[in-house]
Design a protein around this ligand. Structure first.
Ligand code: AMP
Length: 435
């Protein structure tokens, strides 16, 4: 396998990769980078966690550095289309890390926040635009963005974009792109609709299957705990209090259940925060920030809200409820064991979830280890009532919780309380120095 220094990147990029601690390319990077540097179209089947962001970002940065903008205009030359705001800011951060010192401007635009800052960033000129489809179309209709100079078009997590109903928006956007361009298409799974779309927009692509769509990473140890629905709360508490965990993501099927689990954990003196579609962007950013810096050991999330979350140090993924679709299981547990680390995935399965459990095993072609948990009589019935539960005031992290509930205290940074202003500018916008 070639090293990054042998792949044809300039010194600045190689230095940035060293600083980021990347030693060798991942499988998808090893296969995709040479193809993309040649300018060919690519169809990549890869999950998050495989290193796919760097696989497309590094060749993009190299190309923009080699070939300066025609006419010196600062209109977007690269469009990266993504399904969620979280993924857009994640990619922005990666581009900034890999491209530090290259004087290439990137900007992320997404819905759910006011457009003013985004428009301002666009006016300052931008080379790489990372966008969710709806907001992109909005800003195009208002005349703030033109896509006529796009040289490279990336569709990331195409399967999720179609799942989220973006197909019409995507078709509209594709029409606005120039005929001549390089197209890079990534998807974790390849259902017919996604294959059809890729066929329409790719031109003689190289197909790379880094990880088969249905496979889970070998470094994740997986087990399923069979239990009654009513016992899931105390089982979760038991694991969080007794197992040596670092950061933990707990997945639920619904927003309501996510809220209930959080309330229950707070009641049990376990610092937890939540991220789901009903939370506004600011609260989601704060929750994620506080989780990343370790102020909250547990993040409770629904499937869509969790897309694109790339946080180092997630030791456990706990499926409090199994997902509706088997593929989501693969996405969920891929939040742990990132970049070659090991991780643990524990799924709770009650009687009503047995059939999805079977479908998951069939998809991943692994017979999962099972255990049975029998709860104590003090089952926390009220947490299972329908509808929202009584609000409890979240304790201030660091004040009165048990010490064991936190990670390394010495590493903690400033905690942003939900409902408080964030210390920095919005992470979606960070323009590089003016040229
Ligand atoms: P992705 O699949 O793009 O979401 O990347 C998953 C994680 O792997 C991210 O945290 C990256 O920073 C990290 N990563 C990507 N490529 C490498 C590499 N070659 N060596 C080490 N870590 C990497």
């Amino acid at each position: 396998m070639k090293q990054f220094s042998e792949m044809g990147f300039n010194e600045i990029i190689i230095d940035n990769l060293k600083k980021a601690g990347y030693e060798t390319p991942t499988a998808i990077q090893d296969q995709a980078i040479p193809v993309l540097l040649e300018g060919r179209d690519l169809l990549g089947i890869a999950q998050t966690g495989s290193g796919k962001t760097a696989a497309f970002s590094l060749p993009i940065l190299q190309r923009l550095t080699e070939q300066k903008a025609k006419d010196g205009l600062l209109v977007p030359r690269v469009l990266i289309l993504v399904p969620t705001r979280e993924l857009s800011t994640q990619i922005l951060k990666s581009l900034e890390t890999y491209g530090e010192g290259l004087n290439i401007k990137s900007c992320a635009i997404f819905g759910g926040v006011k457009q003013t800052e985004q428009v301002k960033a666009l006016k300052g000129g931008v080379d790489i635009l990372i966008a969710t489809p709806g907001r992109l179309l909005d800003l195009m209709e208002q005349g703030h963005i033109r896509l006529g100079k796009i040289e490279i078009f990336v569709m990331d997590e195409a399967d999720r974009m179609l799942d989220m109903g973006f197909i019409d928006d995507i078709n509209l956007l594709i029409e606005k792109l120039p005929e001549k361009k390089q197209t890079i298409f990534f998807s974790a799974t390849m259902p017919d609709a996604v294959a059809g779309l890729s066929y329409d927009i790719l031109n003689n692509p190289k197909r790379i299957d880094a990880t088969p769509a249905s496979s889970t990473v070998a470094t994740i140890s997986q087990k399923v705990i069979l239990c009654r629905k009513v016992d899931k709360f105390q089982l979760l508490k038991k694991i969080l209090k007794e197992e040596p965990t670092e950061l933990v993501i707990v997945f639920t099927k619904t927003k309501n259940m996510a809220d209930k689990v959080r309330e229950y954990l707070i009641h049990s003196r376990i610092p937890a925060t939540v991220i789901h579609g009903d939370k506004d962007q600011q609260d989601r950013d704060k929750a994620l920030h506080n989780f990343k810096i370790g102020s909250y050991k547990v993040l409770i999330a629904t499937d869509i809200a969790a897309r694109g979350i790339d946080v180092q140090g997630i030791s456990h993924v706990i499926n409090f409820e199994l997902p509706l679709e088997a593929e989501s299981y693969v996405h969920r547990i891929g939040r742990t064991a990132r970049a070659g680390k090991e991780g643990i995935a524990i799924s709770f399965c009650d009687d009503s979830e047995k059939s999805i459990f079977e479908r998951i095993q069939k998809l991943i072609q692994i017979k999962l280890k099972t255990e049975t948990y029998k709860g104590t009589p003090e089952a926390p019935g009220k947490w299972l009532q329908d509808g929202p539960i009584r609000k409890v005031t979240p304790p201030t992290p660091g004040k009165s919780q048990e010490k064991s509930a936190y990670l390394d205290h010495s590493k903690r940074q400033k905690v942003v309380k939900e409902g408080e202003a964030k210390p920095k500018a919005h992470p979606g916008f960070k323009s590089k120095k003016k040229r």
